[in-house]
Design a protein around this ligand. Structure first.
Ligand code: ADP
Ligand code: 5GP
Length: 197
């Protein structure tokens, strides 16, 4: 089975959805899909979030995330610099508002890769946003991917799997679901939804 769109996304007046949110449980393959997509289409702009999580091996400040401490994150929140933010499995994550606004004002498509709580906040504040849910082919496969990635301690994996149950139950809140069986197929679907293809 390739990427399987379920549901349909509402078209904006010029049928060019400008803000797309990609969510889905930890380990489903969001980063892998986005990395593949940007390899093929480097012009697709992805918002870089701020997080209090520590970098994984190979992750660099300003590339995967802006890695900040609790105090810096508190300041971002207090100064209204985040479009949305949430606590996920023991760390905080948020989308810097200005960079997103600048891109949207320039008429460029914007992609956010954020958790369910963040997606809900974006839905409230930006009604034109298109919400895409990335689903695993099965629960067993999700556990296999999250464990197989080998980046989290067992207790962190447990916390993320607990969150995953909540996230999977919220699939119907999204405009469209893509099942991540093939990274290439899902990337193509996502590009089509963003009207890049
Ligand atoms: P997320 O960003 O959603 O937390 P990752 O992109 O880190 O997830 O992917 C988790 C693991 O699953 C990685 O080891 C990745 O290589 C693997 N993976 C991603 N997509 C697929 C796929 N379609 N088939 C098999 N493995 C995949
Ligand atoms: P990870 O630690 O695996 O990189 O990310 C954990 C979760 O945080 C993922 O579901 C990811 O989508 C989400 N996330 C990353 N950046 C943001 C953000 O800016 N805001 C919100 N709400 N969630 C984010």
């Amino acid at each position: 089975m390739a990427a399987t769109p379920r549901g349909s996304s509402p078209a904006s007046p010029d049928s060019r959805p400008r803000l797309t949110v990609l969510s889905g449980p930890s380990g489903v393959g969001k980063s892998t899909v986005v990395a593949h997509m940007r390899k093929v289409h480097p012009e697709v702009w992805l918002s870089v979030s701020a997080t209090t999580r520590k970098p994984r091996p190979g992750e660099r400040h300003g590339v995967q995330y802006f890695f900040v401490d609790d105090e810096e994150f508190d300041k971002l929140v207090a100064n209204g610099e985040l479009l949305e933010w949430a606590e996920f499995a023991g760390n905080r994550y948020g989308t810097p508002r200005k960079a997103v606004q600048d891109r949207l004002e320039a008429g460029e498509p914007v992609l956010l890769e954020i958790d369910l709580q963040g997606a809900r906040q974006v839905r409230e504040s930006m009604t034109e946003a298109q919400l895409v849910f990335l689903a695993p082919p099965s629960w067993e496969e999700l556990v296999r991917r999250l464990t197989g990635r080998g980046t989290e301690a067992p207790e962190v994996i447990e916390r993320r799997l607990t969150a995953a149950k909540v996230e999977l139950a919220a699939e119907t809140e999204f405009d469209v679901t893509l099942v991540n069986t093939s990274v290439e197929a899902v990337s193509r679907e996502l590009l089509a939804l963003m009207k890049v293809l």
